[in-house]
Every structure is written in C-alpha cells, then in structure tokens.
Design a protein around this ligand. Structure first.
Ligand SMILES: Cc1ncc(COP(=O)(O)O)c(C=O)c1O
Length: 351
C-alpha cells in the first residue's frame, strides 16, 4: 500500500490522511440571516468534514497518529469500537481499506432507536462497502469481552492485532487535534480574525482535549474553546476532557501549569440522551443547510451548532467578534435518521 509516515506534531509519526489543511470558511449567508435577528458576529466554519478519505470527519485526524503507530509496529489487523452508527468505525474501516489492513468493528446498541434506516443504513451500510467486518453486539453484551475473544481468535490465525479504543480518544489520537489547533491559529491569523470562541461537539472528548492541548501549547488561553456535550453530562464530560488534555500535554512534554485547567463544557443541547433527536438540533441542521448549503450531522455537530446558536442569540458575542465552529463530519448519520427527521424538516421554518 502506498502511504507516507512523516514526523508531524511534536515530532510524532503520522500517516498523512488529509493531504493538507482543511478550509476555514466564512459563513456569510448565515451571518446575514442572523443579522436580521440583531446578531452581528463573524462566523467561520473549520471544514474538517472535507477530507479525502471515507467521507471525512474529525476521526481521520486522530487516526493519522494511531495508524502510524500500528504500521510502525508491523500490525496488520485492527479492532475498534463504537455504536451502530459510529462515524469513528466507518472512518477506521475506510482507512484500513486504504492502508491494506484487516478491520473489525465491534458495534454496540448505544441508542434506543429501532427504525430500519438506523439499524441498516448510514455508517453501518458504508462499513460494508469499505469491506470491514462488523460485529453487532446484542444489547447488554460486553464489548471488551467480545474484543478479547475476537483478538485471541485472530492471533491464533497468526494476525498481528491492534486495538484502537472508542473514538480513537487517547492522548496519541488527541495529537491530531493539537495539530489542528495550530492550523486554526495560523488560518485565523492569516485572515485577521478576532477569535472569541471555538465551538465543537464533545463525545468521547479526544477532539476537545486535543484542541485544548494544542491551544495551550501555543501559549493561548483555553478559555475560548467550548465543547457541547452530546454523550454524557457536563461534569463527566469536563472531567474526561481535563484528564485527556493533561495526558496529551504530558505526551508532548509540556510542563503542567499550577493553575487549574479551564475546560468549558455545555450540556444544554444533550437532550433526552445520546443520539436522540432534539428540536434545536433539527433547527440548526436546517438553518446551516438552507443558508450555506452545508450539512451538519444529527448526533454531534447538529447539537453543537445548536449550542453555538443559543450563545449567539443570548448576545454573548458582538460586533467585531469572530467565532469558529468545528465541522466534525458525520453526515452519513443523516441517512440513519431519515424517518425520524423527514417530517420535521418539512415543517421547520428557518427564514
Ligand atoms: C461527527 C462527529 N463529531 C464529533 C465527535 C466528537 O468527537 P470526540 O469523540 O473526540 O469527542 C464525533 C465522535 O464520534 C463525531 O463522530
């Protein structure tokens, strides 16, 4: 397989899966829509949904570091975890296809949605196209136990197995977003932005932790980064994020500050549970699609964008301020939610 391993962020080996920086794109139409509501703020989209493999998304940045380690170790088979509609699983499948690795996805029923499209379409369907082995667990079945017996079986067949934890959210994976923090800073400076906030979805926390570590490593204040929790409540999400940020800083050899680490997490958009539909998510998805022609996803970025809209409407930012929203991908998830969302889209007015 043709790939290049280079020394990337902080000298750590990385397989290039991106081919260069993703665009930082001004959302001028959305700005105009919001101006009619009296909101006068510069809004920029960091397009991490635009990447050249597997449909793109935040997981590719993390996988660049995981895969370099796997290839350097001579491993040929990958096991990873996720929910039935995991974007991380789909992107791991795509990257394994690209790198010639055997891929096993252990998929759990994390969301109580039984519609046909949720249980068969979206990411799950794409995993098959990428040639991955999807192992669908029954509700309550233990993913770690299943992984252990699968690993034993594969090793008995002579395979060299690597296990990537859920969401790729380890300090090694988080390096991908520390690198992205430096990329955002360069782009924002080149565009002359006055960045007051960077907003993103937080699920398994690796993305926010990486961004925080990368921001801190540049000597900047972590205060401007806001994660919208979509999986667990604010306390749990902030604690996980803090721990992972500190271990990422350790990994890159940054001394810990004596000051407590500020981790901004908002769980107002979580709704009834992970993966369940909220009205504000539906409005956010429709608003960005109908103003900019850009798609959010229903589980992560849709809820996070709803959170940013809530802040903008509350008047937290004003004229002269710029905010950046991290587009983390996940668009295949829209197909899994078609029957749940269809009716709502036809009835949601956004103008
Ligand atoms: C589309 C999308 N956005 C955001 C996230 C959240 O990233 P993290 O798990 O690193 O918090 C995920 C994680 O699965 C995702 O798939």
């Amino acid at each position: 397989m043709k790939y290049t391993i280079k020394n990337a962020y902080a000298g750590f080996p990385s397989v290039d899966l991106l081919g260069g920086p993703t665009p930082l794109q001004r959302a001028e139409n959305l700005e105009a829509v919001l101006r009619r509501e009296g909101i006068n703020v510069g809004i920029y989209l960091k397009r991490d949904d635009l990447m050249p493999i597997g449909g793109g998304g935040n997981k590719l940045r993390k996988l660049q570091y995981h895969m370099a380690s796997i290839l350097n170790n001579g491993q040929d088979t990958v096991i990873t975890f996720g929910g039935v509609q995991s974007n991380h699983a789909r992107l791991t499948a795509a990257v394994c296809a690209r790198l010639g690795l055997e891929c096993h996805l252990i998929l759990s029923q994390q969301v109580d949605i039984q519609t046909e499209d949720y249980q068969a379409n979206g990411n799950l369907w794409l995993n098959r196209i990428f040639g991955a082995n999807s192992h669908l667990l029954n509700k309550g079945e233990s993913a770690p136990l299943f992984a252990q017996s699968l690993r034993d079986r594969l090793e008995q067949q002579g395979k060299k197995v690597a296990v990537i934890p859920t969401g790729g959210s380890t300090s090694l994976g988080a390096l991908g977003y520390a690198e992205c923090a430096a990329e955002i800073a360069r782009q924002a400076e080149a565009d002359g932005l006055n960045v007051r906030n960077i907003s993103l979805a937080n699920g398994s926390s690796g993305t926010q932790a990486g961004l925080l570590a990368g921001w801190i490593a540049q000597g900047k204040s972590p205060d401007i980064i806001t994660g919208y929790a979509v999986m667990a409540n604010k306390q749990i999400t902030a604690d996980t994020t803090r721990e992972l940020t500190l271990s990422t800083l350790d990994l890159i050899g940054r001394a810990r500050s004596s000051e407590p680490l500020v981790v901004n997490v908002d769980d107002n958009q979580l709704g009834p549970a992970y993966g369940q539909v909220t009205e504000s998510m539906v409005e956010a998805v429709a608003l960005l699609a109908r103003s900019e022609g850009v798609l959010l996803d229903p589980v992560y970025s849709g809820k996070a964008f709803a959170g940013l809209l809530e802040q903008l409407r509350a008047g937290v930012y004003g004229p002269g301020d710029d905010v950046i929203f991290l587009m983390t991908g996940g668009v295949p998830g829209l197909y899994a939610y078609q029957s749940l969302l269809d009716e709502r889209f036809t009835t949601t007015g956004v103008r």
